[in-house]
Design a protein around this ligand. Structure first.
Ligand SMILES: Cc1ncc(COP(=O)(O)O)c(C=O)c1O
Length: 352
């Protein structure tokens, strides 16, 4: 099916293109000085000791888990209402993924469900800040178990005026094409813990080791880093654009009996996604909007408990959100007439 308004669209400027061309012309196209610079700027932005650029968010999770020592016999807690990258990365290490439910109000990991899932074997808890809205990260850190903050969907979001990605033992980011900034494929680890950062550098620099040691070719190229750096420069602008579209959506939909995303006092929402909970099945609405050329979807492909054939009754909120939510297109390059068309079409669905 061809959509006139895609669900996601990267924002690539002519400056982004010339930054990439400059690297191509330099003929140094693998990991090199531009990657170093991207890592430095990224650390400065997050006010953390260091960052390591990698080829995907999944690689960032994998190496973070390895740096924390996750292996066979350990357990790692992850939410059910998230993409399968988290599940894959835990499985790569041999550890057992333990699924927890999410909150109905903010779609983030439920602290109660996590508390009920902790055992002596729990090695780490993965806390994604879902759809651009920070989770209650301080409550998770207070549990005393290493936290991997997953900021793949929330670059630039703030909790208590502090950037997400600077609270946990380690944090991971993705620069996949649909993300807040894009390098095509790409990822980053950030941390204040030098020991963990050094372990990750070591796992990435897989060659030139005196002894046989497992390493991973998860490197980012200077070509990708050039795009990342150029995108970082306009990050505040990209986030402001998302926020202003969300404001227009919120005003348009506030009088309907549906749950729309709201900005909370301590949490700076960057609106990576604009998710509406209809309180009833969203399937017909998604179908209608898609037919009109507006590509909408359930915010995740399938909850992980479904993929793992687990009893949905154990994950009531993930199950409900999977059935009842719709993700409307929201991104900086959305034109005013596209925003208006989305509003009018969605209102028509709500008024039916
Ligand atoms: C919350 C979350 N974590 C991790 C990832 C994995 O990132 P990547 O696609 O770069 O491997 C994604 C990507 O889709 C994501 O949404």
């Amino acid at each position: 099916m061809k959509f006139n308004i895609p669900h996601s669209r990267p924002t690539i400027s002519s400056k982004d293109i010339s930054s990439v061309i400059k690297v191509l012309r330099s003929q140094h196209i693998t990991q090199g000085p531009v990657v170093d610079n991207f890592e430095r700027i990224f650390s400065k932005y997050h006010n953390v000791k260091g960052s390591v650029a990698l080829n995907s968010g999944t690689s960032a999770i994998h190496l973070s888990l390895l740096a924390l020592g996750a292996q066979k016999g350990d357990e790692v807690i992850i939410p059910s209402f998230v993409c399968s990258a988290l599940l894959n990365a835990v499985l790569y290490t041999g550890a057992k993924p333990i699924l927890a439910d999410v909150n109905n109000h903010d779609f983030n990991l439920s602290i109660e469900s996590v508390k009920n899932s902790i055992t002596k074997k729990t090695k780490a808890i993965m806390v994604p800040h879902m759809f651009g809205l920070p989770a209650d990260i301080k409550d998770f850190v207070a549990l005393g178990i290493p936290i991997i903050e997953d900021c793949a969907q929330s670059l630039g979001a703030e909790y208590n005026k502090q950037k997400v990605g600077s609270f946990g033992a380690i944090s991971v980011f993705s620069f996949y094409a649909t993300k807040v900034i894009a390098t095509g494929e790409g990822g980053m680890v950030a941390s204040n813990n030098t020991k963990l950062l050094n372990k990750i550098y070591d796992l990435r620099e897989y060659d030139k080791k005196k002894f046989c040691k497992l390493g991973f070719n998860y490197k980012m190229t200077d070509v990708e880093a050039a795009l990342g750096l150029s995108q970082m420069e306009k990050l505040p602008e990209l986030i402001n654009k998302r926020k202003s579209i969300a404001k227009i959506f919120n005003e348009a939909f506030s009088n309907y009996n549906v749950q729309i995303p709201t900005a909370l006092p301590r949490k700076e929402h960057i609106f990576y996604r604009y998710i509406v909970n209809l309180g009833k099945s969203s399937a017909a609405t998604i179908r209608t909007l898609n037919k009109k050329g507006i590509h909408c979807a359930c915010p995740i492909f399938e909850p992980l408990h479904k993929q793992m054939n687990m009893d949905p009754k154990r994950f009531p909120n993930s199950q409900e959100l999977y059935k009842n939510t719709v993700s409307l297109p929201i991104y900086p390059s959305l034109l005013k007439q596209e925003v208006d068309f989305i509003i009018q079409s969605f209102k028509n669905c709500l008024e039916k």
